[in-house]
Design a protein around this ligand. Structure first.
Ligand code: F0G
Length: 448
């Protein structure tokens, strides 16, 4: 099956179109771009996706990203034409995206729901240990389409690990810009291990991203989530979740909020599937902020100047956002949380995120440090691991069940975005017996 893709400004009143063969990530009007596809897609594709789970030697069928290639086909190659698409698709030998939702009995009990109604999708099982591999595989594919041999990104550590890993495997150069402080040691280690060019920025993620976006304007290929081709790959997390539920949408999809790439990609997946008629219900999104880094929570819930920030058909109140950012600057307020992955004060995809929440009647909540740490521990007790940022989902679901916003017979999917790459965090947690799920070691004395 062939498709025809193009880029389009997300703001309906602009709607300017661009060829997919461009490195630009912003419209002339300054807003972000979407990848769009001409035509519609038949639901019969779902059985093709399913059949590919027997990959028959094709690594792109093994990949949980490329298995859904018809729905992300910005390369415009025929999806059955292996000889052609295999020249350009980037894959870690089929290893990315091999995830799906799981029942986690102890986590379900902790959040107060029957285990079959609340499922968690451990994206940490990806080769670089986070959901980023879903999108870096497609982002690098786009770069490869254009013959580009170097990509850059700003990162709190997982994007850089994923980009560095794929770049090493593809023989292209990765230049990564990471905050000097507040990066999990495992993530920093991956950047070194995969031999990226590392730039440490004095400042936080927001400042690192500023540097990278400037380089993007000068022509560098940017692999942050402003890259619309990267977000196409991240849609496949939703496809895998829905496939697991026989393409019946759940009531809720819950995920952490950082730069809002996932919120954007997940929303785009739902908008498209709903428009194609594949799903009849729109799941409600829950975007979760860490309390110490709660820009979105604050703006969405009208806690700054009283106005609730909304998509409003593309007429977003830019002034409100800018005033909030200058208030943060004036008061010298910086995001600060142990969930360093989502220590992000100025989510670059905020408008796409707002669009997703509007379409899905979504909500924005926040959780505190203890709740995230307990979340990491309870997920661990089910034999899975995740970092604090991912554990926001567990904490948020628990709170929303208590508040009866989420009902016990609702169906809920939580996206556990990444593995724990800061082992000291969990050692510290378990050796402090004041923690709820602490499991301190028993000391044995050796007598000679
Ligand atoms: N969870 C984890 C584990 C992450 O690493 C990130 C983002 C998020 C959630 C937030 O996702 O940006 O799509 O809202 N990490 C980025 C990075 C910023 O550089 O690794 P988002």
């Amino acid at each position: 099956m062939k498709s025809e893709a193009y880029l389009q400004c997300i703001i309906p009143s602009c709607g300017k179109k661009y060829d997919v063969k461009t490195t630009r990530t912003f419209c002339e009007c300054g807003n972000l771009l979407d990848v769009r596809y001409k035509g519609s897609f038949r639901k019969e594709l779902t059985s093709i996706f399913h059949d590919r789970r027997n990959p028959k030697g094709n690594i792109f069928n093994e990949s949980g990203v490329w298995r859904f290639r018809e729905l992300i086909n910005f390369t415009n190659f025929d999806s059955e034409d292996y000889d052609n698409y295999s020249k350009v698709f980037v894959s870690f030998d089929g290893a990315e995206g091999r995830t799906r939702p799981y029942e986690m009995t102890k986590v379900a009990e902790y959040v107060g729901m029957p285990k079959e109604n609340v499922l968690f999708q451990p994206e940490g099982l990806n080769p670089s240990g986070s959901f980023k591999d879903n999108g870096i595989s497609t982002g690098l594919t786009h770069a490869k389409m254009l013959g580009i041999r170097e990509a850059i990104c700003a990162s709190t550590g997982n994007t850089s690990a994923s980009l560095a890993m794929y770049a090493a495997n593809e023989g292209v150069k990765a230049s990564i810009y990471i905050p000097k402080e507040d990066i999990a040691p495992g993530k920093l280690g991956q950047a070194f291990q995969f031999n990226a060019d590392i730039y440490q920025v004095e400042g936080n993620f927001d400042e690192a991203l500023k540097v990278v976006l400037e380089k993007g304007r000068e022509g560098a290929y940017v692999m942050n989530s402003v890259n619309p081709f990267r977000l196409e790959g991240q849609k496949t997390m939703i496809y895998r979740a829905l496939e697991h539920m026989d393409w019946e949408a759940p009531d809720w999809i819950v995920f952490p909020r950082g730069n809002m790439g996932n919120c954007s990609a997940f929303g785009k997946a739902i908008i498209e599937l709903y428009e194609y008629g594949w799903i009849k219900k729109k799941p409600r999104f829950v975007s979760v902020d860490a309390k110490g880094s709660n820009t979105f929570y604050t703006l969405y819930n009208g806690l700054f100047q009283g106005e609730k920030l909304r998509w409003n058909n593309g007429n977003v109140n830019d002034e409100l956002i800018l005033e909030y950012y200058s208030y943060l600057d004036k008061m010298d307020i910086k995001p600060k949380t142990g969930a360093t992955a989502i220590q992000i004060g100025r989510p670059v995809n905020i408008k796409k995120g707002l669009r997703s929440l509007e379409y899905t009647n979504g909500i924005s909540v926040q959780v505190d440090e203890k709740e995230m740490e307990d979340g990491v521990a309870i997920v661990g007790s089910n034999g899975f691991d995740c970092e604090q940022a991912s554990a926001t989902c567990v904490a948020a679901i628990r709170n929303l069940v208590k508040e009866e916003v989420i009902k016990k017979d609702d169906k809920v999917i939580g996206i556990l975005t990444g593995r724990l790459k800061d082992p000291q965090m969990i050692v510290k947690y378990h050796t402090d017996s004041s923690n709820r799920f602490a499991n301190p070691p028993k000391v044995l004395y050796h007598r000679s």
